[in-house]
Design a binder for this molecule. Structure first.
Ligand code: P6P
Length: 343
């Protein structure tokens, strides 16, 4: 190893410059990702203060999802908006916490990208000190559009040029893909920089671990009931093996576990509110997570169709999510398609 590389560590900045040098991204997308990463560091500091920062509890407001906002939901949203306003690489932002997209203020130059985010996913876990995270997705702004509106965000997940999340757990980690695999960076708090700690995360094709909120079981459709029944039957049942269950109720934490050691994460359609098609949002939860998982060799469907192929119709639309180890996602999808074929 040369004198220059003694440390052996590769920062996010170096990784992105090497990706730019390789022609995988342009300088503007590199800068956008750096800005989002810097905003996540700021959010990590606020989250890490907990009760000492006066940032726990409810904000006293609600969002378009009909959810009470936590103080940190609003703080994280504001941090991301402010960080991205002046850089000149974005045309507009959209967020779980905002009814409509927000174009970059006219006082700043606008760029070629659209940024979507769930600023603090799993925020119901904050007050009980469980890992939460920021999820983001980057799309191209359609050619010639200078004042984007919600309709310009309605692009299928396959058009994403980058996606990632930052998980605020025992360590703060940024997991990112620009279409060249999924890579993990750990925040070195003393240096204030993200350092590459896993190049090429890989989801094992098969698994013995599933993640689902079992309390909704009575609300699921038949193929979902059948699939989980067979998981629970273990080695004496049709699956022929025993399964373990994990449910953190923080998508970022559950997906990070799956990217790290495999598994299947499911939030299916349920009849509690048939119009909502499940709980998770397509544009800034399912699409970015599906992109990361596919780039790591996994799979993601809505029980019937590849999530990334879905044509969005609304900015905050919801979608059933089955993602993770590709053989297990295929098996769960098989139950749904077989049920439909008999209908
Ligand atoms: P439930 C968090 O509110 C979230 O959107 C995801 O992060 C998480 O996977 C899911 O909802 C948990 O839902 O119904 O188990 O509380």
């Amino acid at each position: 190893m040369s004198e220059f590389d003694k440390s052996g560590s590769i920062s996010l900045t170096r990784h992105l410059i090497e990706e730019e040098r390789a022609g995988h991204i342009g300088a503007d997308l590199r800068l956008l990702i750096e800005v989002v990463a810097r905003a996540c560091k700021s959010i990590s500091v606020s989250v890490g203060k907990g009760a000492l920062g006066g940032v726990l509890g409810e904000a006293g407001s609600g969002n378009i999802q009909g959810e009470a906002q936590k103080k940190l939901d609003v703080i994280a949203n504001d941090v991301l908006l402010e960080a991205n306003a002046w850089g000149g690489h974005l045309a507009a932002c959209a967020s779980e916490e905002m009814d409509h997209c927000q174009p970059i203020p006219d006082v700043y130059p606008r760029g070629n990208y659209l940024l979507l985010f769930d600023p603090l996913d799993g925020s119901s876990n904050i007050d009980v000190n469980v890992s939460v995270g920021t999820i983001f997705s980057v799309l191209r702004c359609p050619e010639g559009v200078t004042h984007p509106d919600d309709s310009h965000f309605l692009q299928p997940g396959t058009t994403q040029v980058a996606a990632g999340y930052c998980i605020y757990g025992p360590s703060t980690m940024l997991v990112l893909s620009i279409g060249q695999g999924t890579h993990a960076f750990t925040l070195d708090r003393e240096m204030g920089s993200f350092v590459l700690t896993t190049r090429g995360m890989t989801v094992p094709a098969s698994t013995k671990e599933f993640a689902i909120n079992m309390s909704n079981q009575r609300h699921w459709e038949t193929p979902m009931q059948d699939y989980v029944r067979d998981l629970l039957a273990g080695e004496t049942g049709p699956r022929g093996k025993n399964f373990n269950m994990r449910w953190i109720a923080s998508m970022v934490a559950d997906v990070h576990r799956i990217l790290t050691r495999g598994g299947v994460f499911i939030y299916p359609w349920d009849k509690k509110d048939p119009s909502k098609a499940g709980k998770l949002r397509l544009m800034y939860e399912a699409n970015p997570m599906s992109y990361l998982v596919e780039q790591a060799g996994g799979a993601a469907t809505n029980g019937r169709t590849r999530i990334l192929d879905l044509a969005p119709t609304q900015l905050h639309q919801r979608v059933p999510v089955f993602l993770g180890s590709r053989d297990e996602v295929a098996k769960a999808t098989e139950y749904h398609l077989a049920h439909d074929a008999q209908a």
